[in-house]
Design a binder for this molecule. Structure first.
Ligand code: 5GP
Length: 215
């Protein structure tokens, strides 16, 4: 099976990190790409686990070296997907999950036209605002700015292949699992489909020849 490149986007507070974390915990055939960023680590965030935290100079140098498959700016910091992260996950035959914003998603689409783009929407503006306020790590001005950004991001949802409303987390999880399962079974993605068809043709021919005398 060809590993999928799966993009998961949502406005801040849309719940995509929870979905991504659950997804890789619940299935062995998927892994998450650890992005690089120039923003400071939040409390509890560890380098190499939540992000690869880079200085502005290191980030710029890695852009120059062509190490990123996409990179973008968000809320004054730089974020990017390292090619080495994609390789790390897909080398084991696993689907790779990119938790990225909309500009990066467009770049991934250009680079990997087969990528599966999923946008996670909050059920309402009120729920979105509550989730942002509930985080505690953000002050009111930050929440306000993120709500404005969220509005612009939500407008990009129509460019995605799938939209999942995260009202009930279990429902949202079922939807995302179903998308991955269906996409992985596309004829065009199954490298061994011609082999499978050849084998079936031979087997059916053998069955036919066995049944022929009684015809
Ligand atoms: P946060 O700072 O809240 O962790 O992330 C801010 C935004 O940057 C989120 O929308 C997140 O999905 C996005 N982001 C995280 N990693 C990447 C990345 O590698 N590339 C891009 N384009 N966006 C990213």
């Amino acid at each position: 099976m060809t590993p999928l490149v799966v993009v998961l986007s949502a406005p801040s507070g849309g719940g995509k990190s929870t979905i991504a974390r659950r997804l890789i915990a619940e299935r062995h055939d998927a892994g998450v790409s650890v992005s690089a960023t120039t923003r400071m680590p939040r409390e509890g965030e560890r380098d190499g686990e939540h992000y690869h935290f880079l200085s502005a100079a290191e980030f710029a140098q890695r852009v120059e070296a062509g190490d990123f498959v996409e990179h973008a700016e968000y809320a004054g910091a730089r974020y990017g997907t390292l090619a080495s992260e994609l390789r790390r996950v897909t080398q084991g035959g696993r689907h790779v999950l990119l938790e990225i914003e909309v500009v990066g998603a467009r770049l991934v689409r250009e680079r990997f036209p087969d990528a599966v783009l999923i946008f996670v929407l909050p059920p309402s503006g009120h729920v979105l605002a509550e989730r942002l306020r509930g985080r505690g790590t953000e002050d009111a001005a930050v929440v306000g700015r993120r709500l404005e950004t969220a509005m612009a991001e939500i407008a990009a949802a129509v460019e995605y292949d799938y939209v999942v409303v995260n009202d009930d987390l279990e429902d949202a999880m079922r939807a995302v699992h179903a998308i991955l399962d269906a996409e992985a079974r596309r004829t065009t993605r199954q490298r061994d489909v011609t082999f499978l068809l050849d084998r079936l043709r031979i087997e059916v021919a053998a069955e036919l020849s066995r049944t022929e005398p009684s015809r």
